[in-house]
Write a protein that binds this ligand. Structure first.
Ligand code: ANZ
Ligand code: ZN
Length: 807
């Protein structure tokens, strides 16, 4: 019989869909639950990418095995469909973004089904569906009501080409992540979410989670908790200038101060500053740079010394100059720093350029050549009054205590994490359900009025003032205040794309609920997600945002657990043939449709799991795809090669039990490639020594998570479906007998003085003397030792014996 993968795959996909084979059952108490999650795709016009296929196939393999292990498995999928690419495409082609989304989703769905993923298709979600975004808006209102959503005038990143405000994370190396355009800073009133209030919990709660270490580290670094001190310096203007430092031990080494160009003191000191014009020009120059450019370590330091105001170092009452310089950011700490050129390299460069004295306060380096910044805190304090002789480690708390007692400072924790800029001046996002009333201020819409639908507009272009296209919809904008009934205006900004993906995993638990984002029963039953696999690129944004929303939902009694995901793993990228990133411009993009047409979905799935270590990047190889196809062809032909017996071939018994153990363990550990290698080896054994229908039966069960269509077809053809009354995917996962995983006998290499002389078959785990006796029975070995004496025997158990012969 020919392996007609096209017909076979279509047949089983239709059956699974029709029979809802992979439906998860809410509330089933008879089985343990398993919730496996993959990051839902953005339905772009390009369609599904092989980069999706890797994580999706992996979790599909896990989900299929878990079902066979007896779990009630929730393995859902949906579409993260709001966002800029669709909107930009809609603008360009004059098609409504909803239509674009609909078509792209239809294409994605088809492709996902074509790959045979065992998703529960009745739980599909789409973030642009009003029944879905109703709850995104509802969560936003709860955040607002708890004071965690607030409006602030912020210096924001403004992409001059997209004409849109970008979140910090959308600015990559100083340019717009989306279009590569120039990013400048602009003041704009924005909706903000107070994620920083959750910073400590977002760090501390990582301890209890089974996240791969590099994910934990990245999250911690992104949040960037820093334990330091705020210290007040008096100034000759009578103001108190507060700085943030992690090194208060170096206070005796402070020889100047720096304000960031946006610091409000500059404006305030306008009249006292003799060189205001110069300062003003410097500020304008700085405004044109991004924070990224400004904080680049190697850049030439610039700045202006303030003429007319100075500061006083509180530890020695010395007057020191104040500068304005763009290496100090307004968005961190207090926007002001104390300059310690002896021990901070940026300060050293600045002081050297401006001729500021450099004082050594920690012994060990040569501060005339560079700043002495020890990585550890064992350095000894010098030139530092009451700190002299202490180590840095001792001096920090001592100085902290001193400034606190003097009433000029206190311990302070800072974070790199900023509150989340939540407004977008765009059309294709969730409308923010708030109304601005001249009398009542910001008023939330009553929850009964949700969803607040996105109105139809004629053009989706942003206005050049940077306002959302919704601002042009005066009929929609002008409304009545839900509070006083007077005339009021709707918010015209929409939510960022991160909103819908911050809680979608909860909606899957109960996707059609119109009373709540999900019922309490569903949330209690399925929470938390047992295993979430996704890309490393989502570690700091999506993963952090969704943990934040989930913690908030936990705090208000909606979510039953304080963390959404028990386990997080991450896959490596799929690179093009030749190891470069896949891209249109390189012309090396592999389209899953082509692979499926040519080789079938089962080959595509097997190959993408076989491609290499799951956590590492791997390059596409058409040659290796063909190799996987050959493997499946060989499996297919076993149906005709096998004998009718349902017993395992005695010779294969150990190999089969070993393979079951290997494939079982490897799937749990995401070592899919070695699981497949084990099955390939088993198939080789079957061909070498013949096999039974019983041997093939076990193989099909092991193979079914990887190549499910072929497995079902052969299962049926070999009569197992009829005999068991079940599809392979509904069978219990095969079990192994640990004792049987050990073969009764092994073949060992025999060497004499390191040279291979032959092999012997001995009982597994044989002792040295038994192996030597068996070896000496081999003619070539006997000859080689004939004229000497064995002075030493080297035994590598079950592998090799080496006889050292002299004489
Ligand atoms: C004096 C000092 C001496 C510092 C020394 C460091 C080494 P982290 O660890 O990242 O929190 N700093 C504070 N606010 C700043 C701002 N708005 N822009 C640029 N730099 C700022 O870094 C804290 C250190 O970064 C602070 O400690 C301060 O320099 C600087 F030997 O104060 B330090
Ligand atoms: Zn009102």
């Amino acid at each position: 019989m020919k392996y007609d993968f096209t017909a076979i795959e279509k047949k089983w996909q239709e059956k699974w869909l029709k029979e809802k084979t992979f439906a998860a059952v809410n509330g089933d108490a008879s089985r343990p639950k398993f919730y496996g999650l993959v990051e839902f795709p953005y339905p772009s016009g390009q369609g599904l990418h092989v980069g999706h296929a890797r994580p999706y196939t992996a979790m599909d393999v896990v989900a299929r095995k878990k079902r066979m292990d007896g779990y009630n498995v929730l393995f859902p999928i949906g579409y993260d469909a709001f966002g800029l690419p669709t909107e930009n495409y809609a603008v360009k082609n004059h098609i409504h973004p909803a239509k674009v989304t609909h078509d792209n989703v239809a294409n994605f769905r088809k492709q996902l089904q074509m790959l045979g993923y065992s998703f529960d298709w009745d739980r599909e979600v789409n973030t642009t569906d009003p029944d879905y975004y109703k709850w995104t808006q509802w969560i936003f209102l709860q955040l607002y009501k708890k004071g965690l959503a607030y409006k602030a005038s912020m210096p924001v990143n403004w992409c001059t080409s997209c004409k849109i405000v970008l979140a910090n994370e959308e600015v990559v190396e100083g340019v717009c992540e989306r279009c590569g355009g120039e990013v400048i800073r602009k003041e704009k009133s924005q909706w903000m979410l107070a994620i920083t209030k959750y910073a400590d919990r977002l760090i501390d709660d990582l301890d209890g989670l089974d996240f791969i270490e590099r994910v934990k580290i990245q999250q911690k670094n992104w949040i960037g908790r820093s334990e330091g001190t705020e210290v007040d310096f008096t100034t000759t203007s009578g103001d108190t200038m507060t700085v943030y430092t992690t090194r208060c031990d170096t206070l005796f080494g402070v020889t100047y101060m720096v304000l960031s160009p946006e610091h409000p003191f500059l404006e305030k000191w306008k009249d006292q500053l003799k060189n205001w014009k110069e300062v003003e020009a410097y500020r304008e120059e700085a405004a044109r740079k991004s924070d990224f450019e400004r904080s680049e370590l190697n850049k030439e330091k610039t700045g202006v010394r303030l003429q007319g105001v100075a500061a006083v170092n509180p530890v020695n009452n010395t007057e020191i100059p104040i500068y304005v310089s763009d290496y100090v950011l307004m968005s961190y700490g207090t926007g002001a720093v104390m300059g310690v050129p002896g021990h901070d390299q940026r300060d050293w460069e600045f002081a050297t350029k401006f001729g500021i004295p450099i004082v050594e306060v920690v012994k060990g380096g040569d501060v005339t050549k560079e700043a002495f910044a020890l990585k550890d805190d064992t350095g000894i304090m010098v030139n530092s009054g009451f700190l002299n002789g202490l180590t840095v480690k001792q001096a920090i708390p001592a100085m902290k205590e001193w400034v606190t007692k003097q009433g000029i400072g206190h311990p302070k924790t800072n974070y790199k994490l900023r509150d989340w800029v939540f407004s977008r001046q765009r059309y294709w996002g969730e409308p923010i359900p708030l109304v601005n009333c001249p009398k009542c201020g910001w008023v939330p819409l009553p929850e009964t009025e949700l969803p607040l639908l996105l109105p139809e507009v004629d053009s989706y272009e942003v206005t050049d003032t940077g306002e959302s296209p919704l601002a042009k919809m005066t009929d929609w904008v002008n409304t009545t205040c839900p509070c006083c009934g007077g005339p009021a205006k709707r918010e015209t900004d929409t939510m960022p794309q991160w909103a819908g993906s911050s809680w979608y995993f909860l909606r899957y638990m109960d996707p059609h609920n119109d009373k709540a984002l999900a019922s309490k029963e569903a949330l209690d039953y399925w929470s938390p997600v047992d295993w979430y696999n996704g890309g490393m690129e989502h570690t700091t944004l999506h993963l952090l945002y969704s943990r934040f929303w989930h913690k908030f939902l936990y705090d208000i009694g909606v979510a039953p657990t304080c963390e959404p995901y028990a386990k997080r793993t991450s896959h490596g990228m799929i690179l093009g043939e030749g190891g470069e990133k896949m891209s249109k411009s390189r012309g090396n993009v592999v389209n899953p449709n082509d692979i499926v047409d040519q080789f079938g979905a089962d080959t595509m799935r097997t190959y993408i799991m076989f491609i290499g270590d799951f956590e590492k990047a791997a390059a596409w190889s058409t040659q290796a795809v063909k190799g996987c196809k050959r493997f499946l062809d060989r499996v297919w032909n076993l149906a005709e090669a096998c004998t009718d017996s349902l017993e395992h071939t005695p010779k294969h018994e150990a190999a089969i039990h070993k393979a079951i153990k290997k494939v079982s363990d490897d799937i749990e550990a995401m070592k899919f490639n070695t699981a497949i290698a084990a099955m390939m080896a088993l198939v080789n054994d079957f061909y070498a020594d013949g096999c039974t229908r019983g041997d093939v039966k076990t193989l099909l069960l092991l193979l079914s998570p990887f190549a499910p269509h072929m497995a079902e077809e052969m299962w049926e053809n070999l009569g197992f479906a009829a005999a068991e009354g079940k599809m392979a995917c509904q069978m219990p996962w095969p079990t192994y007998d640990a004792a049987k995983t050990v073969a009764a006998s092994v073949e060992m290499a025999v060497q004499v003085n390191g040279k291979l002389k032959g092999t012997v078959i001995v009982p597994t785990d044989s002792e040295e003397q038994d192996v030597v006796n068996a070896a000496l029975a081999v003619e070539r070995v006997a000859k080689a030792v004939e004229n000497g004496t064995i002075v030493k025997t080297i035994l590598v158990k079950n592998k090799l014996v080496n006889l050292i012969v002299k004489g």
